[in-house]
Write a new protein. Sequence first.
Length: 415
Amino acid sequence: MFSQHVSKNLSAYCHGELNDEESRGVAEHLLGCQRCRREFEEIKLGVKFAEHLPHTSAPASLWSEIEAALPERSRSINSRTKSSRLIPDFGWQRVAAVCALLLLAMAVGIFWYSSRQSKNATQVADKDKLQQTIHPGNSTDINPNIVENPSTTNNIAPPVAPGSNDKPAETIIASRADGQSWEVARLAGTPTIGATQIEGSGRLAVGEWLETDGTSRAQINVADIGQVDIGPNSRVRLVGTRSTEHRLSLQRGRLHAFISAPPRLFIVETPSATAIDLGCSYTLEVDDAGRSILHVTSGWVALELKGRESIVPAGAICVTQPGKGPGTPYFDDASARFREALSRLDFHNGGAKALSIVLAEAREYDTLTLWHLLSRVEGAERNRVYERLATLITPPQGVTREGVLRLDKEMLDLW
């Protein structure tokens, strides 16, 4: 969506080293730039490989051999300046051999990872369980101004690597969970698993509920891919755990997830949508009516329900409602008037009047919202969204008005 690529900032973005404004700019750019998105996923893959390399100390004899290989002049300098020990003139064959072995290992790993991805081309979506938690009576209130069109939801391209519709390679991150359970640590108060209070730590098995009262907090270790902090007055269940998918259900309350894993490995069900982690950290809250609000602090999250999808980058928020699914995402510094009009448009039949406010209030950063709206409105309203979007961000070469209005996937991905 921006003309300048952000390659030089991708490593810092991946490691959370950018300030809020820089991080938001990179996140929005990745939403519409396939080239930078591919580079970002390659960086994340490299980080995951590096995290799994064994830590081995060099044998003590190696340094003696290196020093013995130095010429007399270098040894005399070494005796006067200790720092020169790290800069030998000879012994490069040994260093080159080690580097070659590391490069070979990385090449084999990347080839193996790609081949595994190509064999796992089908995503697993447990939508039957999700639909059981939706209140069917609310489904009749869906805003007629918002188009429910499953064939166009994939126009919103998630920021994942090529072939990301494939399942993550099950051997890249192997679950070390004890059977079908996760470790839970008490952070405050008296959280419970079933009827059992957690004194120091416990284990949450598949099918069991973890509950906290108004003064309790707990932390769940999600296999070996991250942690989830559970806030007060929360109820969460472990739905399933295996090497290709880890799934929780948040019935009510608040959780904060810190996940470092390939896309679509960690999933949280709520009564109004399913949150699919794309490698990130985020806060998710569910109220007693089943409504939820997602706030992403790094990376990306996809919210899905019955073919309707919202892609939420770092710094953005998305609200969901039972029977209606995810609303349209917006950045957390959007104006109050913009947010209120967007809520009316998504959930309260706001119509043309609410859309007019959204378009008038939209800034360049708010093109995230307008881009999602393209596939959610139709006719004259889609024309209006396109006009405002094109004013804020010039369509790149190869993107035409006609193609965008018919929701051409390649053009929307380019933009």
